[in-house]
Design a protein around this ligand. Structure first.
Ligand code: AMP
Length: 214
């Protein structure tokens, strides 16, 4: 099962992607997480990516595509995956189609988690992240057990640089310009499904599962 999650930054696609991965026992592949792990480990890729990420810009396509193609080679991808945050541009989507097409393969579902910009700005301001293990929370919707502390690894939670309101506004502009065209791209292929991301997290998940299980 090969699923792509689409949606603006903060629409909740990461949360839904993780739930899908766990339900269907397939890996959750988040390019944002891969970049953040590289930043944490001080790799060359991490250093390059950070310059773009901190400004709310997309990392150039050539730094992203190889990374994802490489990830697909791992044995856990045998039964599919949920892609979260990739593709984010038309050239990335075309590269993905080409890469999969070589093996007679294709993406089965592109799920767009739809939320208004206004709601996103409100949500992101409440988002907190653990820079150590990558877990994310929301001060109102998904609070950690102990305020400001990660449930998973016990490290302090922070408001990520790219979740700050000014950066979020810029990321939304970038999203509308570069990523939103993917909605039409997958719609033309007949695999786009939209769900209402403004609903309660579990209701949105239920909608997605219904789409997949028909
Ligand atoms: P995310 O955690 O998915 O919101 O990603 C955080 C940041 O990583 C984005 O704002 C981009 O700067 C970068 N990024 C993640 N995935 C991609 C991608 N597919 N293409 C370009 N940049 C990306």
């Amino acid at each position: 099962m090969k699923i792509i999650m689409l949606g603006a930054p903060g629409a909740g696609k990461g949360t839904q992607a993780k739930k899908l991965a766990s339900k269907y026992n397939i890996p959750h592949i988040s390019t944002g997480d891969i970049f953040r792990a590289n930043i944490k480990n001080g790799t060359e890729l991490g250093k390059k990516a950070k310059v773009y990420m901190d400004q709310g810009l997309l990392v150039p396509d050539e730094l992203v595509v190889d990374l994802v193609v490489d990830r697909f080679k791992k044995p856990d991808c045998e039964n599919g995956y949920v892609l979260d945050g990739f593709p984010r541009t038309i050239p990335q989507a075309e590269a993905l189609d080409e890469g999969l097409g070589k093996n007679g393969d294709a993406v089965e579902y592109a799920i767009d988690v739809d939320v208004s910009d206004e709601d996103i700005i409100k949500r992101m301001a409440g988002r907190r992240a653990c820079l150590n293990c990558g877990a994310t929370y929301h001060i109102v919707n998904i609070p950690p057990i102990k305020e400001g502390i990660c449930d998973v690894c016990g490290k302090p939670l922070v408001l990520r640089e790219d979740d700050k309101p000014e950066t979020v506004k810029k990321r939304l502009v970038v999203y509308h310009e570069q990523t939103q065209p993917l909605i039409e791209y997958y719609s033309k292929k007949g695999i786009l499904k939209s769900v209402d991301g403004a609903k309660d997290m579990d209701e949105t998940f239920h909608e997605i599962v219904q789409i997949i299980e028909g």
